[in-house]
Ligand binder design. Structure first.
Ligand SMILES: [Zn+2]
Length: 161
């Protein structure tokens, strides 16, 4: 994807207030991120707060979504990311919820998604990061990327309602 600047990221959020978008923790090392290998840019808030963010560019400019990470419930958890379909062991997949954009979100409506806990889907797909196990799939990397993008677009559509 096209490299994003901090101001482009802050301006892209669709499901939080302007004040929240101004204050949220954007990584400082944007210039060093592997943008050419990213289908979307995602990160966890390193302050320890259970927050994560993702910014995608569906072709109409960046769309940012603020996510809340569900903390371990102890119950059986899904181990497959619903975007990139990478399977992980342990805490590698997390349930994240996004407040919907607009009035429904302000009334508390949200959308949930099982995601690679570090939001590095793009790097798992390209085997630049190892998840430990891989699905035996015969489809090509390009097809996997397309599938991930389709899943992501579907999620964005649900957030935007
Ligand atoms: Zn993933």
């Amino acid at each position: 994807m096209v490299p994003l600047t901090e101001s482009a990221i802050r301006a892209s959020f669709v499901n939080c207030t302007k004040g929240e978008a101004k204050r949220l923790a954007v990584p400082l090392d944007l210039i060093d991120r592997p943008w050419t290998d990213l289908d979307f840019f995602g990160w966890r808030d390193l302050s320890g707060a259970e927050r994560a963010y993702l910014v995608a560019d569906p072709g109409t400019g960046p769309v940012g979504v603020a996510l809340r990470v569900a903390t371990g419930s102890g119950r059986a958890r899904r181990s497959m990311c619903s975007l990139c379909l990478t399977t992980h062991t342990g805490d590698g997949v997390a349930l994240m919820t996004a407040r919907k954009a607009g009035p429904t979100g302000r009334q508390g409506d949200s959308v949930g998604l099982y995601l690679c806990a570090d939001l590095a889907c793009s790097l798992y797909l390209r085997r630049k990061k190892d998840a430990g196990r891989h699905l035996d799939e015969t489809i090509t990397l390009a097809e996997k990327i397309e599938r991930t993008t389709t899943n992501l677009t579907g999620f964005l559509g649900r957030v935007l309602g």
